[in-house]
Design a binder for this molecule. Structure first.
Ligand code: ACK
Length: 306
């Protein structure tokens, strides 16, 4: 078993969605962790048809995680199982949940999360806020717009499957070796089926700076509130991973949003793109663009060579 792990183009591999024996996984190292969640890098054998050893990411729970953490994880898995494959959504490869700790096995995305990738691309000496794509040392405007388009395509697919993400942000987008962006972290995602509006029941820390006003004020989550979050993500892309509403507390931010305030146009940001952010942040969810519209506009924008 000293085989070189293969990099696999999962696009051509049929989905397993299967229970995997634990001894097929060889844990290599930790990729990161949250409060109770843990992501591991592992080598897997027999994960994909015809291939020997592949690198995969294993989502699991830390020791000390409670039953509710496990329930959240199982909900995430159920949701991922229902979602057909899409090249801009992190792909489920398998799971081991018969015993604890439960494992969710997903494709490994070697460039990590989009937020850190953006920040790491800043040229040295750049200011932290207002640090815009003019001064990335490695990414062109076209690269940045491709990221935005990939996320819009992933989200158009997710919403077409009656899913609401609820935690769309650059930290929850992962980047593949070839720089394709994929939407990840369904920790908060909910399958809404015929109930278009999901009402939050459990308490927990909330991604306020990414949330639509109606989600903050009325606990209303819809495809349209995901579009608001997407607008904030667009702002993160353009500012190379700045923190939204810098120098504002969440409470101040909420007050200002209610009185009509929106983040100003980042320096170097094309007016057209800023106009799209503002439409995503429209008070009236019905006035916001859909992900399909956003994707089509970005496509045109990219082709214009801007
Ligand atoms: O920037 P990162 O390496 O990308 O740090 C976080 C960390 O685990 C906690 O979420 C990384 N991570 C999560 N899922 C994956 C994955 N499927 N492939 C590669 N890295 C991942 C994430």
């Amino acid at each position: 078993t000293n085989q070189e792990p293969e990099r696999v183009d999962y696009a051509n591999v049929p989905t397993a969605h299967k229970s995997v024996p634990r001894d097929q996984l060889k844990i290599i190292k930790e990729l990161g962790h949250g409060n109770f969640g843990l992501v591991l890098l592992a080598e897997a054998s027999g994960m994909t048809l015809g291939s020997k050893v592949t690198l995969v990411a294993v989502k699991t729970l830390k020791e000390g995680a409670g039953q509710s953490d496990k329930a959240d994880m199982m909900r995430e898995l159920d949701l991922m199982k229902k979602l057909p494959d899409h090249c801009n959504v992190v792909r489920l490869l398998g799971f081991c949940v018969e015993e604890d700790p439960p494992y969710i096995i997903v494709e490994y995305l070697s460039r990590g999360n989009l937020k850190d990738l953006l920040k790491d691309s800043r040229s040295k000496g750049g200011r932290v806020y207002g640090n815009l794509h003019g001064i990335s040392k490695s990414l062109t405007s076209k690269d940045l717009m491709k990221f935005a388009k990939d996320v819009a395509d992933g989200m158009a697919f997710i919403s077409s499957q009656q899913c609401i993400h609820r935690d769309l942000a650059a930290r929850n987008v992962l980047v593949a070796e070839d720089m394709t962006c994929k939407v990840s972290d369904f920790g908060l995602a909910r399958d809404v089926m015929n109930i278009r509006v999901y009402e939050r029941r459990s308490e927990g820390p909330l991604p306020m700076r990414w949330m639509a006003l109606e989600s903050i004020l009325d606990d209303v989550y819809t495809a349209e509130s995901d579009v608001w979050s997407y607008g904030v993500l667009l702002w993160e892309i353009v500012t190379l991973g700045a923190r939204p509403y810098p120098a504002m507390t969440a409470n101040v931010m909420i007050g200002k949003l209610q009185s009509g305030y929106r983040m100003p146009k980042p320096q170097h940001c094309q007016q057209e793109l800023y106009a799209m952010m503002l439409r995503c942040w429209d008070d009236d969810p019905d006035n916001r663009p859909t992900f399909t519209m956003i994707s089509a506009e970005l496509e045109k924008y990219i082709n214009k060579g801007k």
